[in-house]
Design a binder for this molecule. Structure first.
Ligand SMILES: C[S@@+](CC[C@H](N)C(=O)[O-])C[C@H]1O[C@@H](n2cnc3c(N)ncnc32)[C@H](O)[C@@H]1O
Length: 240
């Protein structure tokens, strides 16, 4: 299974990722609250968390009564999420670049949070999400906002309109920046990929930082208020 970064596989870095993202602004006070508000009540729903990492969404989904299946490509992340969810939780190692090991129409909701930007081809994973969702089932994707890179630092030499591999480094998980590779994807391509896989788009959302973000890191919160970091796609399996 290909890994986008040692962050997700190396046990020490993965533990650091789990610790930092439990309380940081970008995940804990920006992306996760927006996803939870959008998903609403999940009690009794069959939910797939596709790209669970250290299980922050998974823990909430399970606590709120979803019948949860969580997957991740990283063995280390699967181990961390399993240990947090406890015995009986359904957490498996699986690669979204491959067909999913689930029957057709077995989920009400698929959440794929901050994971698809690690894949260059969204065709197969999105068609698989459509296949495993029941008619009318909901897909919520969060991903790097497509304007993020041009706005931040690559404006001069960056071709916005192509899907392109970005070699980056995250600096909040270890003493030295940790290399990470992901794909930039233009907005029109994100929309076309989702529609092309058999979904109707209910909404595109650009979240705002919460009050908690202001309390934790006012400078980061102020940046996020002016520049979207993540994009949320809310879609429904088309049953026409
Ligand atoms: C930024 S983390 C996800 C964050 C997580 N959803 C959360 O809320 O904490 C990205 C995750 O995607 C996983 N990943 C990357 N490529 C993948 C693939 N092809 N199939 C499944 N998981 C993948 C990584 O192992 C990593 O755990």
């Amino acid at each position: 299974m290909s890994s986008p970064s040692p962050l997700y596989d190396d046990p020490v870095l993965a533990e650091a990722y789990a610790r930092v993202t439990a309380t940081n602004v970008y995940n804990a006070a920006y992306e996760r609250p927006a996803v939870r508000a959008l998903l609403g009540a999940v009690r009794g729903l069959d939910v797939l968390d596709a790209g669970c990492a250290a299980g922050e969404h998974a823990v909430w989904l399970q606590a709120d009564g979803a019948r949860l299946v969580a997957l991740d490509a990283s063995e280390t992340m699967v181990r961390i999420t399993r240990s947090r969810l406890g015995d009986g939780a359904h957490v498996l190692q699986a690669d979204l670049a491959q067909p999913l090991p689930f029957a057709d129409a077995s989920f009400d909701v698929v959440l794929s949070s901050l994971t698809l930007h690690y894949l260059d081809d969204w065709g197969l994973p999105l068609r698989e999400f459509a296949r495993v969702l029941r008619p009318g089932g909901r897909l919520v994707i969060t991903t790097h906002h497509p304007f993020l890179l041009p706005m931040l630092r690559m404006i001069d030499d960056y071709d916005y309109h192509t899907v392109a591999l970005v070699e980056d480094a995250f600096d909040s998980f270890a003493a030295e920046p940790v290399p990470v590779r992901y794909y930039h994807r233009p907005l029109a391509r994100i929309v076309a990929d989702v529609l092309g896989a058999g979904f109707v788009i209910r909404g595109l959302h650009e979240p705002m930082p919460t009050a908690e973000a202001d309390a934790r890191n006012p400078a980061a919160a102020e940046r996020l208020r002016k520049r979207p970091w993540f994009l949320i796609v809310d879609a429904e399996r088309d049953c026409r």
